[in-house]
Unconditional design. Sequence first.
Lengths: 768, 160, 293
Amino acid sequence: MGIGVSMKRVDAYEKVTGRAKYTDDLAPKDALVAVVVRSTIANGLIKSFDMSEAEKVPGVVKIFTCFDVPQIKFPTPGHPWSTDISHQDVSDRMLLNRRVRIYGDDIAAVVAQDRIAADKAARLVKVEYEEYPVYTRMEDSMADGAVLNFEEYKENILKKTCFKNEGASFDDAAKEDGIVVVEGLYDTQTVQHCHIEPPVSFAYMANGKIVVVSSTQIPHIVRRVCGQALGIPWGKVRVIKPYIGGGFGNKQEVLYEPLNAWLTSQLGGRAVKLELTREETFAFTRVRHAMQISLKTAVRKDGQLVARKCTLYSNQGGYASHGHAIVMNATSIQRMLYHDEKAIEQEACTVFTNISTGGAMRGYGIPQGIFALESHMDDVALKIGMDPIEFRKKNHMQNGFKDPGTGIPCHSIGLAECIEKGKKYIKWDEKRKAYANRTGDIRYGVGMAIFCYKSCVAPIALETASCRIVLNQDGSVQVQMGATEIGQGIDTAYTQMAAETLGISADNVYVISTQDTDVTPFDPAAYASRQAYISGTALKQTAEIFVEKVLAFASKMLDKPCDTLLIKNNSIVDKNSGDILLSMENLAMEAFYSLTDSVHITAESTYHSTDNTYSFGACFVEIEIDIPVGKIKVLDIINVHDSGVLINPALAEAQVHGGMSMSLGFGLSEQLLFDGKARPLNNNLLDYKLPTSVDTPELAVDFVETVDPTGPYGNKALGETPALPSAPAIRNALLYATGVAVNSLPMNPQKLVEHFKAAGIICKDGGK
Amino acid sequence: MKIINMIVNEKPVEVAIDERESLADTLRDRLYLTSVKKGCEVGECGACTVLIDGEAIDSCIYLAVWAAGKRILTVEGITKPNGELDPIQQAFVDECAVQCGFCTPGLIMTAVEIVGSGRKYTRDEIRRLISGHLCRCTGYQNIINAIERVVEETHKVVSK
Amino acid sequence: MYDIKSIYEAKSVDDAIKALSGDPKAVVICGGSDVLIKIREGKLSGASLVSINGLEELKGVSLDEDGTIVILPATTFSKVTGSKIIEKYIPALGFAADQAGGPQLRHVGTIGGNVCNGVTSADTASTLLTLNAELEITGPNGKRSVKLEDFYEGPGKVKLSHGELLTAIKIKKPDYEGFDGCYIKYAMRNAMDIATLGCAVHVKFDGSKTKIDELRLAFGVAAPTPIRCYKAEAVLKGRTVSEALGEIGSLALLEVNPRTSWRASKEFREQLVRELSGRALKEAAAKAGGVSS
């Protein structure tokens, strides 16, 4: 079974039987328990601690504070690293921080015999602070005289960048006779990943190394950051990644593994477990950045985009994390998805505040950017009286496009077909007609949105991936990938890729799911929708080397030229006649145990890439809106994706379902709230409105399979793209149903009722 | 410590527990039934769902002392001794209802309760019956497909 | 693992009352879905618990000879909903109980706990108010009876002295016979949520089915505790459904007192009061076969 087959997940049996081991399932039962002591202010400096009460709690082993840890600053984001200092991530924190920048900052750690003792002691730690003003809003943290999170970042601006194409300016272009200018301000909220397994690691020392077992997307990066944070050689750290219960980007950051590694090193190498609670996970790991995006568009009445101006502000929260990269993504999407005839001017700014730190989350800035862009495109279409689909078709990316900012080219595009399929599915023309100019309490609308997405991080950052393939005596193989399974199904995709290129059946391909940095080949791992595209190429390339070695051995055994042979169905066959000449098993036995010529056939290679390609898609949605109580019900929704060739159609569809649900939550209900002191208000699964099964509609999925020339099997990004378009599609359907433009997320009932009152659909006194 | 007796996965078990333990703690840490996952510890995510006397409950907010004398079923208990899957587990595999797998054992246990009733449910009813489980990977679509399939197959058999 | 000092598993109601009386700091635990969470939050950490979880004598729903429905407090939400008696005589309460939390929680959470935790968002509370529920409280000095609406003292506070237990919830025949009801839980999600507003209606029509003989309207989260709207009820007595539908929203607004919190604004909750009271009446009236002229 190779490419294009819906084979069952290779890890499904383990997972449905409960045998799949996740980090906490592997933790030694006698591990000490570490709990992080958190600041009760959001901005300030620790003056002193009083541990007298905390230390008395029975079971407490030791309490460490920010004054005890190595005075080394380190970066946390899961980027591949850069040897060029100017491109390195910001080193902005220590294992424990004296300078507090968010509410709940890590200021001390209690290690105890059990969780109850650790929690009790943590509550009894007394702290004296020097308090600074707290900023939750960007305009306040940027204001004159505001206290800086970091002295080196003036006005609390982490970075500000501008992009402008050559040629006319926006203002010049907008002077054209008869041109229409449309402006809009769109804002998105703070949301959280909500992987069901909380972040957890345990660490111990063995054979002179610190071993960290962690629920991470990026084991090799965890090793690097632990080495950096502790100031020890990176080879002294060994990171093991078992099955993980979801990550969505939150586990693409190295947050607590370094502290865990250091704690064990301070306790004679005893195992120490550090698991966050759900409440901590919400507020003290990473969130999706809230952004304010203003867009201004000059358009001709025939629908031709002439010029645009985009200004994006991203609320970074307390720490730099992935920093400016995320708002840059939200910015570049504006010019990638649509082309302007004359001018595009963009400004992007990342601003520190004291709310939870923004980091990577599925879509990496694009959900925010697409919400603004696709809402705005409907506003523009409405203004010039054009069907939103026709308007988009006139202006969206075409094959051969090359982004002037990043240089990323379009190698394949099925966007127009995606739009056609979605339009047909939702019965666009019929329903737009039926739902036009409705009145009354219950109204209906259809809306849509499109998107594009990069398939890896090149050429902006390093793209490298490695693979090792090892022969077994029975002719089966192990495939070792540095790329990680995080629930998306990549191990199954790799099994199929290996089967395809090796000529060995999928049941004879064993993809090793656990990464261990001491033995696993290097790969920065799961992020940027890159693993099927980039690491898949590493696998293909390695498989080809492996095949060459096998055939060379077969050639000797059979005394036939290499180029007349190939591997098919676990056998060496004659290329021309198709005759089976030798089984893989017999070949392997001879290779392993030959008295004259023994060899363990293995292959290993690294794939380095500076190329990239775009995935595309469209979402179409039909909604019902109950105006007096502000409730949107999604009646029908479809995502149509062009992710190139599908490795496993059934798993691809499943991946899309999850993304759609995430985008629905982003659009309708999810929001992490903070009070004026930047304290989280709803950091639990009851008060944070993650959609349940009864809040999720039936999810329809379709694909357009282009063959991308740069993908190993014609495939392109799919991991993140499903999470992009639902929110703006719903917003546009709501606009059609009610004439009310809701430019702020989430579109929750209270907000909708406020908008409807302002628009006069609900009278101010509530009557109709 | 207190000794309690219960029937776990159809076997009588005598186990010494700390009275402060939740049933999830006991099942995971003393009986090594690590299919019982903890995602929130306050009964909101459903990952720790097990059956007690046939009813699905969140074992994280159920004290172990209360389980004395009760029949507990976890996903380890529905896999046949030869490793063969229960039809519900098989449906989860076949319908691609599993992604990261962390919510899976809990959801399967609720499905066991649903299917065990022998009743036929509509898709909407199934949606409602699994609404005490949060899943971030699947959008619930394939999970509902899997349960619907088993409900239908079981109903066919029962109604024959 | 919970930070519990001790747990005593009571053998009977009397035993539980004795245990409580012997320890002025002891906390009663039944289903556990409230108390355990408070322990974990630190609000009740280190507590001594008296568990009535296993007491069969506090479970079940029965019908007295005089037609009084007796719901024992340790009956879980799912058992309330599943009770044939509830289904036959007061289905609106069964529906309301089925709105709490999610399926697993409804297998452990109890109706008694829902009443005794005193929160305004309790899903069964507003419906119980429209049924004029009476509570039987048992203490060291015997039993006393209190009307549910008098039981509420303030947000999260009920008139239950230390050593007392809720031992029965009673609904008399005249309070349910001939009535049909509806509960609307309005929340941000359709499951696993606490009500932004809860609205309960029970209604009875005159013989011609055209005029409202008696209407009972109650809300959760529209005030610090669940409340009845007696004035609105009085005004609407004798009205037709369509007349009542035109007035009920604005009448209800005169009696409620919702507050602004980060969960929802006062204005939004008022909008819901206005809108949902009519919807609940409409649905209850439809069940009652009320003719809207």
